[in-house]
Design a protein around this ligand. Structure first.
Ligand code: AMP
Ligand code: MG
Ligand code: MG
Length: 321
């Protein structure tokens, strides 16, 4: 189309990512409706890490659709096993294409300096648990995450939620650096300081961090919910912070959430305040943990409150085995 021809490369990539995330969401909904999730455990002896046919099919759709259009970029997806369901999406979002991009972004050309981090289905544990398919309270924790980095820094991203609460309708939240957040009403403040954290990957260090924040008056209550994407949506809608003082969360979990949160004025770092780096050769693990704060919250208050020994127990990089 004319709009596509006029748009810069990054606009085309974000516009395609929005459309592709929506198709992946529809695919996930269809697979759950059929009822056969085909769950396998890709975890270790000590940690259950489920993968379903929905994860595999969504990964295929997202990675293949984007790579077909943008052959020069790097795409890193969570899943390795390939799906039997091979669906592609060629569309793009007119909302994105019609937006003027700032000159620092419109001058970016298609190259290997662009890395797209894909979590085709964040919140798999929660999806696999949703035996009652009508339970939107559980299914709202599932998101499709596509984060875009240029030379290691986040420049845009999409969080698509196939089931939003309470209606069960889907919604797509996307952002570009300097162009704000679209598809969500961002909370401006909250008297309560609600902390969101993991529901299924709790550890002693996670609990220690939560206790310390409560003691310092930075937490009035804790909500344990699934998914990095869902937790950042909660932070955008009124929770104060997402705290995960433990390794285990990966770059594809934080890329899109960071894009969306920071375009809204919030901040996402590890628990020591170090920026996450998203270049292609970087370690996948966010071994320094995750601290994400709302736009109305002072990120450094939360950083300062976390004890040094706790921070030191979570190094930025872990030795390769
Ligand atoms: P959670 O907050 O537990 O829902 O985790 C957010 C994201 O990080 C999900 O995609 C999890 O699968 C991932 N994650 C967190 N901790 C671990 C872990 N110990 N092992 C594997 N994945 C993890
Ligand atoms: Mg995930
Ligand atoms: Mg996943």
């Amino acid at each position: 189309s004319e709009m596509w021809n006029k748009a810069c490369f990054l606009s085309r990539l974000v516009a395609s990512s929005v459309r592709v995330s929506q198709s992946a969401g529809d695919l996930i909904k269809g697979i759950l409706a059929k009822g056969d999730l085909g769950v396998i455990d890709k975890g270790s002896e000590t940690m259950y890490d489920p993968q379903t046919e929905a994860d595999r099919a969504a990964q295929y759709l997202i990675v293949q659709s984007l790579q077909k259009k943008f052959s020069k970029i790097n795409i890193i997806g969570e899943e390795e096993k390939v799906s039997k369901v091979e669906v592609l999406e060629d569309g793009s979002s007119v909302d994105v294409l019609s937006l003027p991009f700032p000159s620092d972004l419109s001058s970016i050309e298609e190259s290997g300096d662009i890395v797209v981090w894909v979590d085709p289905l964040d919140g798999t544990t929660e999806l696999a648990r949703a035996k009652d398919k009508t339970s939107i309270a559980t299914l709202q924790q599932v998101t499709v995450l596509i984060g875009i980095a240029y030379k290691g820094s986040i420049v845009g991203g999409v969080i698509h939620q196939p089931w939003s609460f309470p209606s069960g309708a889907s919604r797509t939240v996307w952002a570009v650096r300097g162009l704000g957040v679209h598809g969500i009403e961002v909370a401006k403040e909250n008297k309560e300081k609600v902390i969101v954290t993991t529901r299924s990957h709790g550890t002693a260090t996670v609990e220690e961090a939560l206790k310390e924040l409560e003691r310092r008056g930075l937490s009035t209550s804790v909500e344990r919910v699934g998914g990095a994407g869902f937790k950042v949506l909660k932070v955008l809608e009124g929770s104060a912070a997402y705290v995960f003082a433990s390794p285990g969360c990966k770059k594809w979990d934080t890329a899109a959430p960071q894009a969306v949160l920071e375009a809204a004025g919030g901040k996402l770092t590890d628990i020591s305040g170090r920026s996450l780096v998203y270049s292609a050769d970087i370690q996948k693990n966010n071994s320094g943990g995750v601290l994400a704060t709302a736009p109305w919250v002072n990120h450094s208050d939360y950083l300062t409150a976390l004890p040094d020994e706790l921070k030191q127990s979570l190094p930025e990089f872990i030795a390769r085995k």
